[in-house]
Design a protein around this ligand. Sequence first.
Ligand code: SF4
Ligand code: SF4
Length: 375
Amino acid sequence: MEKIDLEFSKSLKKYGAVDISPCFNCGNCTAICSLSTEDNSFPRKMLRYSILGLQDRISSSVDPWLCYYCGECSETCPKEANPGELMMALRRFLVAQYDWTGLARKFYTSKIWEMGAILFLALIILAIFVVFHGPLTTELTAEGGVKLNTFAPWHQIHIGDWIMAGFLAFFLLSNVFNMYLKILRNDKKIKIPFRLYFTELISLVRNFITQERIKDCEKGKVYWLIHLLLMSGYVILFTMIVGFLGWFQTDNIYEWWHPQRLLGYYATFGLLVGCVYFFIGRIKKDKELNKHSHYTDWTFLVLLFFTTLTGILLHFFRIYGMPMATYYMYVIHLMVLFPMLMIEVPFSKWSHLAYRPVAIYFSNVLNKAKELQKS
Ligand code: SF4
Ligand code: SF4
C-alpha cells in the first residue's frame, strides 16, 4: 500500500521549497519546460506528488535530476508556486533519501549539524599538523622556493589523500546503490535486460563529462560553459591531489608553461570564475535560479571559494620564498579543503555531480526496457 504523508510539502520547506499549495495543476510549467518529454514529464507531476504527499513515488523518480533549474517554469507559473525551486528542493530531499547514514538529512535540515561537522573536520586537520608536521625550515631551494616537502612530505600527505578518497568513494557509491534500488528495482513489473546496463553506459560517461543537457535549456548556454569550467577545474585538481601528488606538490619551481603549472592555473581559473559567477548571481538574485538560496548553497560556495583562494595564496607564498606564510597557508588550505570534500561530495551539494549523470543513465535504461516490453 502506498504511503501518504500529508505534511510532506510542509516538510520540504526545510529543503528549500517555497509554498506550493497555490498550484492548481494547470500544466503550464510542463508545457514550457524544454527538458520535459513524454517519458519523463515534469515538473507538474512532481508538484502533484508533493502536494499529495506521495513520497515513495518521488523517491523512485529520476525526474528531479533531469531538471537543470533554468527557471522558465517558475517565471510562467500563474500562481507563483515556483516549480523550479520545488525541483531543487526535491533534489536535496533525494540526496537525503539515498544516504543511508542519515548525515545528508542532518546537514540539509540543521545549520548546527553542518557547521559543527565542518569545524570538527577542520580541527582534526589542525591537530594532525600540530602533532606530526615536519621541520619549519627557512632554507630555500636553489630557485628561491619554499621547501614545502620538508614541512609536509608529499608521500605522507598522499596516504591521507587515499584514505579520504576511499571514504568518499565508499559513501558515494553505497548511496548510488541505494538510488539504484529505489529507481530501478522499484517496479517489479518492468524486466530490465542485463545488456541495457552496458549499452547505456556511454550516456553516463558523456553526461558526467559534458553535462550537455544544460544546453537544451532555453537560457542554458552561459550557465553550461561556467558549470563546465568549474567542474573541469575541480576534477583536474582532485585528480592531481589524489592521483599524482608527487608530481603536483614539488619543491622545484617550474617555468610558468610547465604542464604542472598550466593545469593548476586552468583549474584555479575555472574554480574562481565559477565561484564569482555564482556568488554574484546569488547576491543579485536577478535570475530564478538564484532567488531562493538554501544555506547549504552558500556553505558550498564559501568553502569552494576559500579552498581556491588559500590555494592561490599558498602557490604565491611558495614560489616567492616565504616559508612561514607557506606553512600556515598549507594547513589553512587543508582545513578548508578536507571538510569541503568530506561533506559536500557524498552528503551535500557536490553529490549532484554523480547523481545527475547516474539518473540520466537509469532513466535511459528504464525507458529502453519499457520500450522493449511494449514491442
Ligand atoms: S506549478 Fe504553476 S504552472 Fe505548474 S501546474 Fe502548478 S500552477 Fe500550473
Ligand atoms: S527549472 Fe527549467 S528545466 Fe527545471 S523544470 Fe523548470 S523549466 Fe524545466
